[in-house]
Write a protein that binds this ligand. Structure first.
Ligand SMILES: Nc1ncnc2c1ncn2[C@@H]1O[C@H](COP(=O)(O)OP(=O)(O)OP(=O)(O)O)[C@@H](O)[C@H]1O
Ligand SMILES: [Mg+2]
Length: 301
């Protein structure tokens, strides 16, 4: 139910930019854990696809595997991830060799990592860090152009470019997170994966940043895989929502359909946990995600 889709062609009628099919990721620990189990989803150009689910259900593992950023003991045990470029060509991401994969990242698909706002280098200015990323990915870009581009992306995310001279500790949490989004946008990727991009921020700043993301999507036409455990938030901003439960995508629907008629019991539980401003709180809110004895509630899948 994105608020800006009126000015924006319906993303769902557009060509997909990414297809994930039957992706399975296993942590090969002493007791192997299948963290992502046969997950399939498709991201359309200009779409905001939400990925929701409780902590530990496999959201970050899926994002890392799509980007091939997973490290042992994680192993992709099956499935495919295909990027569809603007010219009609397909790129099999799981088959890409190191060098083309390095090029692919940032220029076509970039990621705002979970907790990223705390990962800026504390002893380098924001300007240096943006410049460094640009230099690494486009060595042919002149110094003057890099400076210009860094100022441009900061302005786009609502940060005054005077901040190029600031160190991370001189920025508020919101500004640091905007800076991370600016960094992910540097090379104008077609897909941005944002893993809990606003979770650590207060509600007002969270809203501002979400509005910026929607505006940027409209202006720059990238697709977003927006990961969060906050389903109500996704209902406001996402075109479609995938719900993940114990490694499986158990539901994938337009935000509207999901809101009106969620099929999976887990989704219905999540929706039932909406705090109502006027009425009684629902049972789920009273009981929390655990029952009164502290046991995790179970839903049959
Ligand atoms: N390095 C690891 N080794 C073994 N198991 C792991 C490892 N990293 C994650 N897992 C397991 O994989 C599952 C999925 O974890 P993941 O971090 O993808 O969940 P998530 O949905 O992103 O959770 P959160 O909302 O808390 O960020 C969890 O059961 C977790 O314990
Ligand atoms: Mg996570």
């Amino acid at each position: 139910m994105s608020t800006t889709t009126q000015e924006h062609a319906d993303p769902l009628t557009r060509r997909p930019v990414l297809t994930v099919r039957d992706l399975t990721v296993v942590y090969e620990t002493e007791q192997p854990v299948t963290a992502v189990s046969s997950a399939s989803l498709q991201l359309h150009r200009g779409e905001i696809l939400g990925l929701a689910g409780e902590s530990g259900c496999g959201k970050t593992t899926l994002a890392y595997a799509v980007n091939r950023l997973h490290q042992p003991p994680a192993r992709i045990a099956g499935g495919s991830v295909v990027f569809h470029d603007r010219d009609g060509g397909d790129v099999d991401l799981l088959a890409l060799k190191d060098e083309p994969l390095r090029k692919f990242r940032w220029t076509q698909l970039s990621m705002v990592f979970q907790g990223a706002m705390n990962s800026l280098n504390p002893v380098r200015t924001v300007g240096y860090q943006l410049d460094d990323t640009l230099r690494a990915h486009d060595p042919s870009m002149s110094r003057a152009r890099r400076r210009e581009r860094a100022a441009e992306v900061l302005t786009r995310v609502g940060v005054d470019p005077v901040r190029l001279r600031s160190y991370p500790h001189e920025l508020s949490g919101g500004m640091r997170q905007r800076t991370m989004i600016a960094m992910a946008m540097l090379m104008q990727p077609q897909i941005m994966i944002m893993d809990e991009p606003t979770t650590a921020l207060d509600v007002v700043v969270q809203r501002e940043i979400l509005r910026e993301i929607l505006r940027l999507r409209d202006e720059l036409d990238f697709a977003v895989l927006f990961i969060t455990h906050d389903l109500p938030l996704l209902l406001e901003i996402a075109d479609r929502i995938a719900v993940m439960y114990r490694g499986e995508i158990v539901e994938l629907e337009t935000a509207q359909k999901l809101h009106e008629a969620a099929q999976h019991p887990y989704t219905r539980k999540l929706l039932g946990s909406f705090p109502s401003l006027t009425g009684e709180r629902s049972d789920f809110v009273r009981a929390g995600a655990h029952d009164r004895d502290g046991r995790q509630e179970e839903w049959s899948v």
